[in-house]
Design a protein around this ligand. Structure first.
Ligand code: GDP
Length: 294
């Protein structure tokens, strides 16, 4: 992951030595900008990022310092952190009430798997989760969630899709959670191949009725700018609290991860690092920036 960006940064930052001039720095950051664009970082984000680095790096304090190249590495690191952070990945699960997390995302993004991963993680932290199969579009989704629930020892609420609708499933799921002493409800909502009005309307109905404590979007990091575009569309319809990027274990070029916060204002809260249910990690902007710098 991030190979292209990391290589460009290593080359450019490595070429900065001793007597640095403003034009060396501008040229170098121009190369970095091209590498960011190649890695599918949004154009405005790549440009603004490199402009900020140049602006700070060409200051007298940096150029006249003993080791300007080291200071520039520090500036790049800090700007990467600013680009992706700050992040608050706390999910407050209170006793005596049902915390509701609404999970949404396009089909194939990894939403159902991520519902299971999140339930597992929060169960380990002491919550009593229940999963709700509110994806009535994809016939296999209910079965898939049941299998996941069994693997992690978490109850799954579902209804016959022919006789129910997603809002009803969620409302009844919340009742069932109360009756079974579960204090965390994770809603696995429907996905479609593309953002469309019917999908958004269905999700808005669930959102209005259930008033979830957090609404999290699951995005496939491999889909690059499409992931960012879908995040913007979902955020407009639902006011997202965070994004979870999946498939960061794959060879994604990383552009979406670098762009989403700046483009949508929505922070990345967790990242999926594999298909298995224990492969979910809280997102740390500083650790990611370190990884990008190589
Ligand atoms: P949904 O249609 O959004 O509910 O997607 P699924 O949960 O069914 O996931 C689609 C595919 O992505 C499945 O094969 C998952 O195993 C896979 N998947 C989900 N998360 C990750 C991840 O973090 N890494 C990898 N490599 N695969 C993932």
């Amino acid at each position: 992951m991030f190979e292209g960006i990391t290589n460009a940064l290593t080359d450019v930052l490595g070429s900065f030595r001793g007597q640095l001039t403003e034009s060396n720095i501008r040229d170098g950051m121009g190369k970095v900008r091209n590498a960011l664009l190649e890695a599918d970082v949004a154009y405005d984000v790549a440009k603004a990022f490199c402009d900020r680095v140049v602006e700070e790096a060409v200051g007298e304090k940096v150029l006249k310092s003993l080791r300007p190249e080291q200071q520039i590495v520090g500036i790049v690191f800090q700007e990467l952190v600013n680009l992706m952070g700050p992040v608050d990945h706390s999910i407050e699960v209170r006793r005596g009430e049902t915390t509701v997390l609404m999970m949404c995302g396009l089909q194939g993004s990894g939403k159902t798997t991520t519902c299971g991963k999140l339930a597992r993680m929060l169960k380990e932290q002491g919550a009593k989760p229940m999963l709700v199969a509110a994806d009535l579009q994809r016939p296999a989704a209910i079965e898939q969630l049941k299998v996941i629930g069994e693997q992690i020892g978490v109850p799954v609420y579902s209804e016959d899709p022919a006789k129910s609708n997603p809002v009803q499933v969620c409302v009844n799921g919340r009742k069932a959670a109360g009756q079974q002493g579960c204090n965390l409800l994770i809603l696995d909502t429907a996905g479609r191949l593309h953002v469309d009005d019917a999908l958004m309307k269905e999700l808005q109905e669930i959102d209005n009725k259930l008033m979830p404590h957090q609404c999290l979007l699951v995005c496939d990091a491999m889909t690059g700018q499409d992931a960012v575009k879908s995040a913007a569309a979902f955020n407009e319809a639902l006011e997202l609290d965070g994004v979870i990027f999946t498939k960061l274990d794959g060879d994604t070029r990383g552009g979406a991860v670098l762009s989403v916060k700046e483009v949508t204002g929505v922070p990345i809260k967790f990242v999926g690092m594999g298909e298995q249910l224990d492969k979910l990690e809280p997102f740390h902007a500083d650790r990611m920036a370190q990884r990008i710098l190589g």
